[in-house]
Design a protein around this ligand. Sequence first.
Ligand code: PRE
Length: 107
Amino acid sequence: MTTSNVDEYVTAELNRLRESIDNIDAAVVHMLAERFKATQQVGHLKAEHHLPPADPAREARQIARLRQLAESARLDPAFAEKLLNFIVAEVIRHHERIAEESAGPDA
Ligand SMILES: O=C(O)C(=O)C[C@]1(C(=O)O)C=C[C@@H](O)C=C1
């Protein structure tokens, strides 16, 4: 192989892998959007029934489950846990805002 063939091969391979990465990133965005649609509904339900925004026992079960799934998928369980915590922290902020809004300005 000449140098320019190697360059062509590397460029083609990089482009092929990046197409796959772009598809996966799009799927992640769509899945997160669906997850947030569901959690928004949970936020409204919790606010209507005066339930606390966070449920640490539920989170502990989710973390245990995700760590196991990550291990079987050969993904770092610590990373899976960090990612879930990051998402859930944002969800809790949304829940708190929904609760404040549903309580009204005098609450
Ligand atoms: O399941 C709930 O009670 C939620 O509010 C959803 C959710 C989540 O994003 O998965 C968010 C906050 C809770 O602490 C636990 C889980």
